[in-house]
Every structure is written in structure tokens, then in C-alpha cells.
Design a protein around this ligand. Structure first.
Ligand code: ADP
Length: 390
């Protein structure tokens, strides 16, 4: 929504109230030429009728009037009309009335002019109140426009978010369905290659055995890729999880058991500080530890892997760290490794470059962050935050 330009201010409407026509004429003459729209009333009653019908920027009100005096007129203007907050300048010959009036009209702008009226003081006071009125009107218009623009923006953000959710849902279903469906023909290829190998091993000569190994190896890699893709697709905009709670130390115990073969083969030593209850699902924390510890073992250096998991409380979150003594990562790659399919190595390390992307999705869904601190040859420390358990 475009913000409308603020138009030129309209002339301010000023109401002069006095029972003596000559006074009205003098006042009117003094205020002429300043661009105001001046209306007059020769009694309190007339003034109340006028203020019930229209808005005024300022009212100049004579105190001493027959029938309805300035006090009563002001009270009725405040209570009955649409000018309850319009400033009033009382015109009086008696200075001692000031305190009395102030007490009676504490709400809204009130001022005084004493007879005989000093034209300069009159013009100055009127211009101050008119400026105030204009500024108030301007602020009101701006805030109305701002409110409308805000509502419009919120509506557009909500629409866009809904569209993105729908697109993401579609993508998730597509990724899930295609990786699922691709596994079926892949199984057929793997099975028939195995049969070919078992039944016709003797007849096949030359490079045939080697070719069969290539096919089997390729099928395995494709299968692992499809499994990872399936796992990643499950993290794409899944139905929003309700608040969750799990014991991250218990999760770590399970993950270390799952990785038992790897741990033994590599002689990895995994230690940890006391770990907290966190506001995430058991399987979310499982995937985080599984990927980070799996990587710490996979990307080990010459020494056996030493991996330490710690957690500390920070700004109503838990900050976890998974520190290893592996090959390390050059700072120029610290951001990109969390992108899908991003790998820094060739076939010497297996993997599909999806693990850290899954970790990022999990952590961000829980309003957290994940990052790495590392130097080549000096190990890596992966940090991530999770909410406190509720
Ligand atoms: P994958 O392990 O399947 O290759 P990831 O998404 O888990 O994929 O990791 C992306 C890349 O980040 C890895 O290929 C590797 O280059 C680098 N990396 C991840 N963890 C470590 C680590 N602990 N030490 C060194 N490099 C790492």
C-alpha cells in the first residue's frame, strides 16, 4: 500500500464567543489575515450548538456572559460536543479567576487572555494552539496511514508464508515420493546384478567381474544417497512440532551405542560433560549427535578420534559443542558445509553431503543456530543451540 502524500493543511477553524458584538468584531479583525476560518457566537448557547456540529482547533471564550457564563459554556462544550479536547482560551478582566478556572478545567489545553487584550499576545497564543492542532492532526493521519500500511504488510506476509509453506509441502512430498519410488528399480538392479554374478560367474570373462563390481558399488551409493535424501525431505517443513522435551545425555548414550562399530574400529574416545534436558524431540537430538559425532570419527586425523560433548546455558538456550581432533576445516568453508550436497572431499571419505544440512534444518526449526569453529589440522568444534526444556 502506498503512503498517501499529506495534503496542505486546511485553514484552522477558530470559534470566538462573546456577548458583545464589538468585542467579536475587534477579535475577528485582529485574527484576520492569518488564514484561519473564524466563526463567532454571541452566547454560550450558540457556542455549544456550533461545537456540537463541527470540529474546532481553538475556542476563545469570554468569561463574563449573561445567561450561560464562560464556565458553564466550557463545561458543556467539554461534555456534550465533539470538541471535548479542544483548547480554550478564556478571556477575562479578572486575573484572580485564573486559579479557579484552572482547577475546573484541568483536562485539555487551557489558557487566558486578560482585558484589555494585547494584540501581539493574542496572535502569539492563537498561533501556538493552531500549530499544536495541526501537528496533532498530522500525527493522527500519519499513524492511521502507518496502521493501514502495517495491516497490509502483515496480510501480505501471512499470504506469502502460506504460499511458501504450500510450496515446501509439495517439495517435501515430491522429494519423499521420488526417493521412495527410485529405491524400487534400484533394488531390481542390485538383485539381478547379484544373480548375474552368482549364476554366471564362470561364463563371464575378461572385465565382466570388475564391471559387475562397479554396478554393485554404484547401486549401494545410490541407495545411501536416496536414504539421505529421504531423511532430508522429512526435515523440509514438517508439521510444526509441539513443544518437546528430552534428556540429551540419554540421547548421547543411545547414539554412542548406534555408532559402536565405528567407535571400536577407529578407537574413538568419546567423553562428555553433564548434559541437560532440552526442548526438542528425542529423534531430533539423535540426528544431531549422530551426524556430528559420525563426522568427527569419519574426518579423523592421524590420531585416534577424541570427541568431547559439552553444553552450557546461555540466554535461555543451551549451547552445545562437539569438539574433535580431526582434520579440521578451512575457515572459507565454514558457512557452505551446512548447505545440501556440500562436501569438501572426494571419494576418499564416503557420504552425500546431507548430514549437516539436516542438522541445520533441525536446529533452525527450534529457533537455534549451528556453526563451526575450525582450522585445518587443528580439529573442529561444532556448536549448536537448542531451547531449554519447558
Ligand atoms: P558428509 O559427511 O556426508 O560428507 P556432511 O553434510 O555431514 O556431509 O558434511 C559436509 C562436509 O563438511 C563434509 O563432507 C566435510 O568436508 C565437512 N565436515 C563435516 N564435519 C567435519 C569434521 N568434523 N571435520 C572435518 N570436516 C568436516
Amino acid at each position: 500500500m502506498a503512503v498517501e502524500p499529506i495534503e496542505e493543511p486546511r485553514p484552522a477553524r477558530i470559534l470566538l464567543v462573546d456577548d458583545r458584538p464589538t468585542n467579536l468584531v475587534v477579535l475577528q479583525a485582529l485574527l484576520e489575515g492569518a488564514g484561519h476560518e473564524i466563526l463567532t457566537a454571541s452566547s454560550g448557547k450558540e457556542a455549544v450548538a456550533l461545537t456540537t456540529a463541527g470540529d474546532f482547533a481553538l475556542i476563545l471564550l469570554d468569561v463574563m456572559m449573561p445567561e450561560m457564563d464562560g464556565f458553564e459554556t466550557a463545561r458543556r462544550i467539554r461534555d456534550e460536543g465533539r470538541n471535548g479536547r479542544t483548547p480554550i482560551i478564556f478571556i477575562t478582566a479578572y486575573k484572580e479567576l485564573e486559579e479557579q478556572l484552572l482547577r475546573a478545567y484541568v483536562v485539555g489545553g487551557v489558557d487566558f487572555l486578560y482585558k484589555p487584550i494585547d494584540p501581539e499576545v493574542l496572535k502569539f497564543k492563537v498561533s501556538v494552539f493552531v500549530d499544536l492542532y495541526r501537528q496533532r492532526a498530522l500525527v493522527k493521519r500519519y499513524s492511521t496511514q502507518l496502521e493501514a500500511a502495517n495491516t497490509d504488510l502483515e496480510r501480505r506476509v501471512a499470504e506469502r508464508t502460506a504460499e511458501l509453506h504450500a510450496a515446501n509441502d509439495e517439495l517435501r512430498l515430491l522429494a519423499h515420493a521420488s526417493s521412495h519410488d527410485l529405491k524400487e528399480p534400484l533394488r531390481t538392479i542390485a538383485n539381478y546384478t547379484r544373480l548375474l554374478d552368482e549364476r554366471y560367474k564362470q561364463q563371464l570373462g575378461g572385465d565382466a567381474k570388475e564391471f559387475i563390481n562397479f554396478i554393485t558399488d554404484g547401486a549401494h551409493r545410490l541407495d545411501s544417497l536416496l536414504n539421505d535424501l529421504l531423511a532430508y525431505s522429512e526435515q523440509l517443513n514438517p508439521p510444526r512440532y509441539a513443544a518437546a522435551c528430552c534428556d540429551s545425555e540419554a540421547v548421547l548414550g543411545e547414539v554412542v551405542m548406534m555408532l559402536d562399530v565405528l567407535v571400536r574400529e577407529s578407537h574413538a574416545v568419546i567423553t562428555h560433560d553433564p548434559l541437560p534436558q532440552v526442548g526438542a524431540e528425542f529423534n531430533e537430538v539423535t540426528k544431531l549427535f549422530q551426524n556430528l559425532i559420525g563426522n568427527a570419527i569419519k574426518f579423523r586425523g592421524a590420531d585416534a578420534p577424541h570427541i568431547r560433548i559439552s553444553a552450557q546455558q546461555q540466554n535461555e538456550k543451551w549451547l552445545f559443542s562437539v569438539k574433535d581432533n580431526g582434520i579440521g576445516i578451512h575457515p572459507q568453508h565454514h558457512g557452505e558445509i551446512f548447505g545440501i550436497f556440500k562436501r569438501l572431499h572426494g571419494r576418499e571419505y564416503d557420504g552425500n553431503g546431507i548430514g549437516l544440512a539436516i542438522c541445520k534444518k533441525i536446529v533452525e526449526r527450534r529457533d537455534g543456530r549451528i556453526w563451526v569453529d575450525s582450522q585445518p589440522g587443528q580439529g573442529s568444534t561444532f556448536y549448536f543451540t537448542l531451547p531449554e526444556a519447558v
